[in-house]
Design a protein around this ligand. Structure first.
Ligand SMILES: NC(=O)c1ccc[n+]([C@@H]2O[C@H](COP(=O)([O-])OP(=O)(O)OC[C@H]3O[C@@H](n4cnc5c(N)ncnc54)[C@H](OP(=O)(O)O)[C@@H]3O)[C@@H](O)[C@H]2O)c1
Length: 323
């Protein structure tokens, strides 16, 4: 089935349609045997990713989701049956802005009259850690938006993305080349610390599609989108096996971790954010619910992801700044 223009098919309005998560949602809907109309948002309808969406049959709409543009944003979801919402913390690294824009999107989806909102949130590390780690803004801001969404008076579901496999191209997750030619993944966690891996562009969308295709929209639900919870030790072992490179895991201290990020030019608040995130996963775990039964297919596991990925840039440069 492809995306249809038939007015009887449900219309799904997708924020971030040119990006990793939203793009994956669009492709999962296009692959479904159920018909969908899709409205995909971008700030720049002329960019190549937007033109690709048009070719798929997506109605591409140019809009900038910022509070200064509230009137236009409030019209963006008119006529849609469901909304997929995501914010991009890493574009501005400002928790207040992420919260404001997340709430703006929820208000706009509600104003547009949708029957349900699927939001890409993350858990509150402050809450999970009992206040011990209050500075993981890229998680906590999304959790604030989730709370707002649950009170909005529109059926609301949170589909939390796990850790992207592509993170391992960039600091702090890129392994560093050693003088003997081997690579070391250096993080301030125990080797047994597990992360919920996801091949986002391939698989995030099948979780959102699963939610949209349940017989009853699961209002209040929280789903974790990941393929497996894999320890950093197993992750490097499987990565080595798949690529023939010698990649090992090295536990470093939090101070060493912070120094690496500082010398790579990360702003101080992001050094703190990422340090607390890592240490919290070590101490409390990155809490995820079970993978839902009934996905259209199994999400791709780490071993297959690393086999299918071209890592040549990583072997050449070893580590670049996070986008
Ligand atoms: N890396 C991880 O492991 C991980 C795990 C879980 C969650 N996350 C979260 O995932 C989020 C990023 O999602 P992603 O990877 O899908 O991002 P992405 O690939 O960088 O794409 C961002 C999308 O959002 C759109 N967008 C951003 N700001 C916009 C605005 N003001 N108005 C309209 N559209 C806007 C962009 O559209 P245009 O550029 O076309 O306008 C683009 O489609 C971050 O908040 C991050 O914290 C990441």
């Amino acid at each position: 089935m492809t995306i249809t223009q038939d007015g009887s098919a449900p219309l799904i309005a997708v924020v971030g349609a040119t990006g990793n998560q939203g793009g994956s949602v669009v492709r999962a809907l296009a692959d479904s045997d159920k018909p969908y109309r899709v409205r995909g948002f971008t700030r720049d309808p002329r960019k190549p990713a937007a033109l690709e969406l048009s070719k798929l049959g997506v109605a591409v709409v140019g809009v900038t989701f910022v509070v200064e543009n509230k009137d236009e944003v409030n019209k963006a979801f008119t006529g849609a049956d469901f909304a997929f919402l995501v914010t991009n913390f890493w574009e501005h690294v400002d928790i207040d802005r992420e919260i404001a824009e997340g709430k703006l999107l929820i208000d706009a989806a509600k104003a547009g009259g949708v029957s349900g909102i699927v939001w890409s949130g993350l858990p509150s590390i402050s809450k999970i850690s009992g206040g011990k780690f209050p500075h993981v803004w890229h998680f906590d801001g999304k959790a604030v938006v989730t709370e707002y969404g649950r009170q909005a008076g529109v059926p609301f579901v949170d589909v939390q993305a796990g850790a992207y496999g592509t993170n391992f191209f960039n600091l702090p997750f890129a392994p560093e080349k050693q003088s003997d030619g081997s690579f070391a993944l250096q993080l301030p966690v125990n080797p047994t610390t597990a992360i919920p891996f996801i091949d986002t562009t391939l698989d995030y969308g099948i979780f959102v599609r699963y939610v949209l295709e349940l017989p009853v929209f699961p209002d209040g639900g929280e789903f974790a989108a990941y393929a497996e919870n894999i320890s950093v030790k197993d992750l490097t072992r499987q990565w080595s096996q798949a690529t023939g490179k010698n990649i090992s895991f090295a536990q470093i201290t939090v101070e060493e971790f912070k120094q690496r990020l500082e010398s790579a030019g990360f702003p101080p608040h992001i050094v703190l954010d990422l340090s607390e995130a890592l240490v919290s996963w070590d101490e409390f775990g990155w809490k995820v619910s079970a993978i839902p039964q009934g996905l259209v297919r199994s999400p791709r596991k780490w071993a297959d992801f690393v086999k299918a990925t071209d890592w040549s840039k990583l072997w050449e440069t070893t580590a670049g700044p996070r986008k």
